[in-house]
Design a protein around this ligand. Structure first.
Ligand SMILES: Cc1cc2nc3c(=O)[nH]c(=O)nc-3n(C[C@H](O)[C@H](O)[C@H](O)COP(=O)(O)OP(=O)(O)OC[C@H]3O[C@@H](n4cnc5c(N)ncnc54)[C@H](O)[C@@H]3O)c2cc1C
Length: 269
């Protein structure tokens, strides 16, 4: 491991894929590089340039790796790459989650590929001496990632939509049964609709103030210049001010209602 990435928005640095790990049957894959995201904090992301296709944001799921699911052109091309191929990397960018300290009791709510930035947080929190509970959900057993990583870091409550592993249902089913008063922080990442239902429960249980949500928006520059990823009404930029926001910042915003496509047009959830 000789390379390390730029820690600012400079030119992408070439990174060779040294290992490919299939994390789940349904096209969810980790790429490990010969370059590290320098001092990446849990929740920060890298901009991954897939030459000839696109440059996309992906969470730093490992100090030298990213984990992704296939949804469109860029991720399809990324999935076709082999060990020895290379991509361009910039980052790490964004703010990351707040890090718990010894004795804290924290709850992590991870849905689908949203587990990618949360696994390093669970590990870091466990190392710091915090007590970690994770509600880990996916559509099915074939979509679930990082079960072992989370189990090594804390107490895992598993859910799958189809009941093929763990409890049948959504992460919100399990969340609504928890006494949230015992947690000092609640961290959330997953599909926005899932996060919206999580937020509704936190509102009911008076726990929004201790929550942090990792947001996804369409990125262009990734360094806070272009404004493509701003969130109405406050205008906070997901790439620069986020991607992690306190739940209180997302209340009364576009969160859970709409996002924007590449042209800036609103797309309703
Ligand atoms: C800060 C940040 C961190 C991210 N971290 C990760 C990560 O760790 N792993 C990961 O897999 N993705 C992550 N994403 C999302 C990832 O950037 C997108 O999935 C990717 O840009 C899609 O590019 P594409 O060209 O493959 O698909 P596009 O051609 O852009 O999209 C294809 C279709 O899929 C839809 N789509 C796009 N993104 C998603 C999505 N996430 N889920 C479902 N449908 C979608 C689009 O609406 C469109 O219909 C992150 C996004 C942000 C902003």
């Amino acid at each position: 491991m000789t390379n390390s990435c730029f820690s600012f928005g400079g030119l992408p640095k070439n990174a060779k894929i040294i290992k490919i790990i299939d994390e789940a049957k349904n096209q969810k894959r980790t790429l490990l590089f010969d370059a590290e995201f320098e001092n990446a904090a849990p929740g920060q992301f890298g901009m991954v340039w897939i030459r000839g296709t696109d440059e996309i944001p992906l969470g730093c799921s490992f100090k030298n790796g990213v984990t992704f699911q296939v949804v469109g052109d860029a991720t399809k091309t990324l999935f076709s790459l082999k060990e020895g191929d290379s991509v361009g990397l910039r980052g790490p960018f964004g703010n990351g989650f707040s890090i718990p300290k010894k004795g804290d009791k924290i709850l992590i709510v991870a849905g689908g590929i949203g587990a990618a930035p949360l696994a390093p947080l669970a590990e870091k929190a466990n190392e710091a001496g915090a007590k970690v509970t994770i509600i880990l959900g996916a559509r099915s057993a074939d979509d679930l990632i990082f079960e072992k990583r989370f189990k090594d870091a804390g107490n895992v409550l598993l859910t799958t939509d189809d009941g093929s592993l763990g409890r049948k249902g959504f992460v919100t089913t399990v969340l609504s049964e928890q006494d949230l008063g015992k947690f000092s922080k609640i961290y959330v990442c997953g599909p926005e609709i899932m996060m919206k239902f999580v937020m509704d429960i936190l509102i009911q249980k008076n726990a929004v103030e201790k929550s942090e949500f990792s947001m996804e928006r369409y990125f262009k520059c990734g360094i806070g210049v272009c404004g493509a990823c701003c969130i109405d009404e406050t205008g906070v930029r997901v790439c620069k001010d986020g991607p992690v926001f306190p739940g209180t910042v997302l209340l009364n915003s576009e969160f859970g209602k709409y996002h924007r496509d590449a042209s800036g047009k609103r797309i309703k959830y």
